[in-house]
Design a protein around this ligand. Structure first.
Ligand code: T4K
Length: 390
């Protein structure tokens, strides 16, 4: 029998290649490859429309977008952030010479716990950088109240939150409209991918203009440079792919939702396994399917991780280790493990199971069966005595 192909935590969604060829033909014909060409402009407009946001600036990736977002608001000093994220969140601060100050997360959402923010504010604090982890919206209202009280900026790392909306006074509005800026990732592993890519959502045209200058070396025109900018521009290739991906995105998210529903039904009641819930009033994009494995689960989190790997299923521990445990962060006072008990427990318990539109239902069943089996203690060998008795 042919060996099974491994199943990874995710697999990028791509449109049929023949649908992309006409876009490539246009790029080849026009010879406009980058620097804000026609596909770049069309994707910005299409994303504003799809996401329900006013202004968007496309980037090469979310990490450069985060670095630029901080630059655009002239953030300095200290920024309050979460240790429970991908390392790029904190790295973007360090690239700006800003000191990250880690606060603990909420045990239900695994997002920054607003109740922990005030105690971390010092005279050097200039901003808060939370993430909508796995696409679950942060408590944006509580975070904004604190920001307003202390005159702080809020920059959301919204890398996971493509298309997520929440009920606001009876209307479903984009979570990306909160804070001063939000940053999306369009990396291959994300719900919406442009191979590599990212974006900053901003509230007004003036901010967009500043960010557009910053991502183009600070150039305003042929002879004028107004800021120490960087090259963060998305190419026409990526933008064209994004336009095509948008045509399929609703189907892709719906398929992810169906897989999440299947996991939920199959894993319901497994001892020592908690599935994260979508908060009431919010939509989910099902970017990740995170489960938390506690002591009651027989094989433990790492035992399950290994068991799945042995069966060709490569689940991932997003986010383990905590950012605050990496060498360049662990010396900060806020990295003290005693201050981050909830994040630490989550990072020791979490496992993200494979979820992507092309994942077959039979594979979901097989993965769930391995998980269920790993949850119960190995049976004592009852065969031997019976055989001996016979
Ligand atoms: N903020 C947050 C909260 C983030 O999660 C991220 C990125 C960022 C900021 C920064 O965004 P970008 O600058 O990347 O736009 C992956 C991604 O590389 C990273 O983008 C993502 N977060 C993070 C959560 O996951 P790795 O090191 O786990 O990636 P990798 O290469 O192991 O990929 C995971 C699996 O996906 C592979 O086992 C196979 C599959 N895969 C991956 C790629 C790249 C494919 O099938 N095809 C592919 O092309 O970090």
């Amino acid at each position: 029998m042919a060996a099974r192909k491994p199943i990874y935590v995710t697999q990028p969604e791509l449109p049929p290649l023949e649908e992309f060829m006409p876009y490539l033909q246009k790029i080849w014909d026009a010879r406009v490859l980058t620097n804000g060409g026609p596909f770049h402009q069309m994707l910005e407009a299409a994303l504003c429309d799809y996401l329900g946001v006013k202004h968007i600036c496309l980037f090469t990736n979310a990490t450069i977008a985060l670095v630029t977002a901080l630059q655009s608001l002239r953030i300095t000093g200290e920024v309050i952030t979460t240790p429970y994220s991908f390392v790029a969140t904190a790295h973007s601060l360090m690239w700006n010479g800003i000191k990250p100050v880690f606060v603990d997360v909420d045990p239900v959402t695994l997002n920054m716990d607003p109740a922990k923010i005030e105690a971390a504010i010092t005279p050097q604090t200039t901003a808060i950088m939370p993430i909508h982890c796995y696409g679950t919206p942060c408590d944006v209202d509580a975070i904004q109240r604190i920001a307003d009280d202390y005159n702080l900026k809020v920059i959301y790392d919204a890398a996971h939150a493509f298309g997520v909306r929440r009920d606001e006074d009876g209307e479903m509005r984009s979570v990306l409209n909160h804070g001063d800026l939000s940053v999306l990732s369009f990396h291959a592993t994300k719900v919406f991918n442009t191979f590599e890519g990212g974006a900053i959502i901003c509230p007004d045209a003036k901010t967009k203009q500043r960010i557009d200058h910053l991502k183009n070396f600070g150039y305003v025109n042929e002879t004028t440079v107004v800021a120490t900018g960087i090259n963060g521009k998305m190419s026409e290739f990526n933008a064209a792919l994004g336009l095509l991906q948008l045509k399929h995105i609703d189907d892709a998210i719906a398929r992810r939702g169906a897989i999440a529903g299947q996991y939920r039904a199959l894993l319901d009641g497994v001892p020592g396994l908690r599935m994260l819930e979508t908060p009431a009033g919010a939509t989910a994009n099902h970017s990740y399917f995170a489960v938390l494995i506690s002591a009651e689960f027989a094989s433990g989190r790492d035992g399950l991780y290994k068991r799945l790997r042995d069966e060709g299923v490569v689940a991932r521990r997003y986010f383990y280790p905590l950012i605050s445990d990496f060498p360049m962060y662990r010396g900060f006072p806020s990295s003290d493990p005693a201050r981050l008990p909830v994040a630490r427990t989550a990072s020791e318990q979490v496992l993200c199971l494979p979820i992507y539109p092309a994942l077959a239902s039979e594979d979901v069943e097989r993965i769930a069966a391995i998980v269920r089996d790993a949850a119960i203690p190995a049976r004592p060998d009852v065969e031997m005595p019976l055989l001996l008795a016979a």
